[in-house]
Design a protein around this ligand. Structure first.
Ligand code: SF4
Ligand code: SF4
Length: 427
């Protein structure tokens, strides 16, 4: 069992933040416990949107600066990394921090395939620099989230998947329901939501940042994670175990852990401690700093959501990766059918074009891609190497740039909301 620290930090005044971050880390045993002289330390803030710090969407530059200075004091070599950093660095204030502190900015572009034997998701594409760093320090922003209720330290690590691969991953796993039906919450619109959260938790298990420091000085409430309102909370939280840290933050924000999907999945799949009674909290008394009236992120389905569902179907077919079975290599041993977590691999009658099929000339495997979560258990477990990762036609022929163009297209149904967004910006 690890510790989670809570420290008051009333504002983003640099001296206050520096003191609070240092105190939060000291409760865990000083930064020297995590960073050794000469270590390359990758600092991963939440910079996923091109918004100024006042909007409370991204990790505040003062928090990033404080961590850089602590890393230097410990003898480490800090760098700041994030997916889409090149686009967002200026507006989020991080470019200025990097220039002032003389720190390298790393835009996560190049993916490296990581496979593993345990768990459900056995294949990840992770930014090269994350894997090369000696130490990763995770700096999430505490916010409400339209889909996961809160976005905290586990979810922040999703930004370690480079650029369009991250968007693509959303589409591969977390798909719109094929039928409209009665919609009470955003969850009713999606299939595989639990698997999406499980993927986040298993990605965390691969990355295991040495330290996480959460920016809850000014958090976000309401329509998060992009369009909510800043909410003064005045806290910095730190921990070494993201599941335990997120459990404490959820409690602090007055949100039951079972409503935060990553925590609920962690509990259900036995991926960590989500029982507050088993977590050691140090620093401020949780009861005294608890937020009692946090406005949740609301959801209301409209025509735009419906149109987007249709577009997602298109993306899923042409712009994602999927497992493909080579009947010439497949012996029909049945391992992938048994191990597939969603049981979407079945057998079908072989067509005349596969007379050379190794297993049986009469049968070949078929995959129902609608419910395939692209965990690639089948690919990793196949003893014959008969399953490969196939790219959708558009992804294969036109790659990342086209993906961005289509993602813009994807947001076209939301254009009618532009007036609303502009109004908010004026305020
Ligand atoms: S594990 Fe490989 S060889 Fe066995 S049935 Fe699946 S694809 Fe065929
Ligand atoms: S078919 Fe393969 S990638 Fe798809 S869910 Fe099953 S095991 Fe995972």
């Amino acid at each position: 069992m690890s510790k989670v620290s809570i420290v008051r930090c009333p504002s983003y005044r640099p001296d206050e933040v520096q003191k609070a971050v240092a105190a939060a880390v000291d409760y865990l045993g000083s930064l020297g416990r995590f960073v050794k002289p000469g270590d390359r330390v990758l600092i991963k803030p939440n910079l996923y949107q091109n918004k100024p710090p006042t909007k409370a969407v991204t990790t505040h530059p003062a928090v990033v600066t404080a961590v850089i200075r602590l890393v230097r004091e410990a003898g480490g070599i800090p760098a700041i990394g994030e997916s889409k950093l090149r686009r967002n660095a200026k507006k989020t204030g991080i470019q200025e921090v990097a220039a002032a502190e003389g720190v390298e900015l790393i835009d996560f572009v190049e993916p490296v395939v990581v496979t593993k034997k345990e768990g459900v998701f056995k294949r990840f594409e992770i930014a090269k620099q994350v894997l090369e760093a000696d130490v990763v320090i995770n700096l999430p922003k505490v916010k409400t989230h339209r889909m996961t209720t809160l976005t905290l330290s586990v979810k922040n690590l999703y930004g370690c998947i480079p650029r369009y691969r991250k968007t693509q991953r959303h589409m591969e796993i977390f798909k719109y329901r094929p039928k409209r039906g009665a919609v009470q919450s955003i969850w009713d619109l999606w299939i595989n939501k639990e698997y999406f959260a499980l993927m986040l938790v298993e990605l965390y298990e691969v990355l295991r940042p040495a330290l996480t420091i959460a920016d809850g000085v000014i958090s976000m409430e309401g329509y998060g994670p992009k369009l909510g309102d800043p909410r003064q909370v005045g806290l910095i939280m730190a921990g070494t175990d993201c599941i335990e840290l997120d459990t404490v933050i959820a409690e602090l924000m007055g949100v039951p852990a079972e409503e935060v999907l990553t925590l609920e999945v962690a509990r259900k799949w036995n991926k960590g401690i989500t029982d507050l009674r088993q977590i050691t909290v140090v620093g401020e008394d949780l009861e005294k700093v608890r937020v009692r009236d946090l406005k949740p992120s609301v959801f209301q389905e409209d025509t735009a959501d419906y149109l987007q569902r249709i577009l997602y179907k298109f993306y899923d077919t042409f712009m994602t990766t999927r497992p493909a079975v080579d009947p010439k290599k497949c012996t029909l041993c049945g391992i992938c059918e048994t191990n597939c977590p969603t049981q979407v691999i079945t057998r079908k009658k072989a067509e005349a074009r596969f007379p050379e099929a190794k297993g049986s000339p009469q049968e070949v495997l078929a995959i129902n891609y609608e419910n395939c979560i692209r965990c690639y258990t089948c690919q990793v477990d196949c003893p014959e190497g008969a399953i490969s990762v196939q790219e959708g036609w558009l992804l294969k022929h036109f790659g990342a740039e086209l993906f961005h163009a289509f993602f813009l297209f994807n947001n076209l149904p939301y254009l009618h909301k532009l007036g609303h967004f502009l109004e908010r910006r004026r305020k």
